[in-house]
Design a protein around this ligand. Sequence first.
Ligand SMILES: Nc1ncnc2c1ncn2[C@@H]1O[C@H](COP(=O)(O)OP(=O)(O)OP(=O)(O)O)[C@@H](O)[C@H]1O
Ligand SMILES: [Mg+2]
Length: 405
Amino acid sequence: MVMDVIGFSPRPSQAEVFASKARFLVIDAGRRWGKSLTGLNWLLQGVCDEGGVHWWVAPVYAQSKMAFRQMELAAKRGGAEQLLRKSLSELRWEFPNGAVMEFKSADNPDNLRGSGLKRVVIDEAARVRRDVWEEVIRPAVSDTHGRVMFISTPKGKNYFYELWTRGQDALQPEYWSPKPLPSTDNPMISEQDIEQARRSLPADVFAQEYMAEFLENQAGVFRGIRECARSVRMGPVPGEVYYAGLDLARLTDFTVLTILDSAGRQVYLDRYNTLDWAVQKRRIIEAVREYGARLLIDSTGIGDPIYDDLRRAGLAVSGYKFTSVSKKQLIEALMLAFEQRQISILDDPVQRGELEVFEYTLSPGSGGQVHYSAPAGYHDDCVIALALAWWARSASPGLRVWSLA
Ligand SMILES: Nc1ncnc2c1ncn2[C@@H]1O[C@H](COP(=O)(O)OP(=O)(O)OP(=O)(O)O)[C@@H](O)[C@H]1O
Ligand SMILES: [Mg+2]
């Protein structure tokens, strides 16, 4: 049976992708460029021309399901639904020519076993771990000499960048990559949307997400972590003013208490879990009292009764309510402190790790909002405690001292 892909007219930059006969295609493009649409159509082309098994791989399940749904809509619109067999539980389509299209997510290595694949699209490849490519997908296309398309917005200079540079190297003809393709290449994205994003997002975020630029050290939110790690633990100095930030454990997290001095130097860091509240409280009260620190805690939800407890103990405590807006403000203030080297932190490996992996995500759609959080499976307690202490310090009225001549 002959099948044709209809209804998709690639723009010139997309047509180039289809024209390339290279085995590994590495497409670096901005948000809303049409990455997913291009990838899906390239996979469909393989289904029609070559038969066999084809994979769509996305970083997480929700994304692969979205692509599966997109295929469903296309099949409905084209009146081809009866010709195809679908399995929603397996996210799998079977075509009349026997070809199979399976939608996988890279966060579940168990469902990534397979071999003999004809084409694979790794959507948002910069957010898929390198070993998924090297250890799972690469072997699965070796016997069939299958082809792979990596299509993504960049994420710093990680392995996706490495693959992209191979595509730029005439001596590695197996790889092909076009120059970075900005979102502005898609005429369906209005200039207004792009302008709004340019104005509202941090400059780096815009450059990476919309201009598809490969930036140095772009994986994280905080810059200059190493340069800022030059503080040492110090006991309280008489006359000094201290600011404490407390992030309380919820279920599996850690409780972290951080103390900064008035110069923005971190002088104290304590981190513990699985202690009961009475023990935690004693430890917090002791430290905060010792430094005479003003304490800022997360007073959202669980924080409230604890807040009262600490206040009753006589601590100068205030609450910070977390909303998506207030969290953004809190984190951006700390970002700026690192960028301008105003803060100086203890060289604690756990804290450094949390600061390094802390990341931003953009909500879907053009002009998306930026959100900050630890990646799934990582903690952010040290980051939040530090951000609260920094906020407490910045929000306090400045100390004015007159010298007596
Ligand atoms: N050649 C094309 N013809 C018609 N519409 C297109 C074309 N290319 C992209 N689009 C439209 O542009 C929009 C973005 O496409 P798509 O979702 O594939 O982009 P993306 O780069 O994967 O976006 P995101 O960064 O949000 O993942 C969609 O509405 C899509 O239908
Ligand atoms: Mg997409």
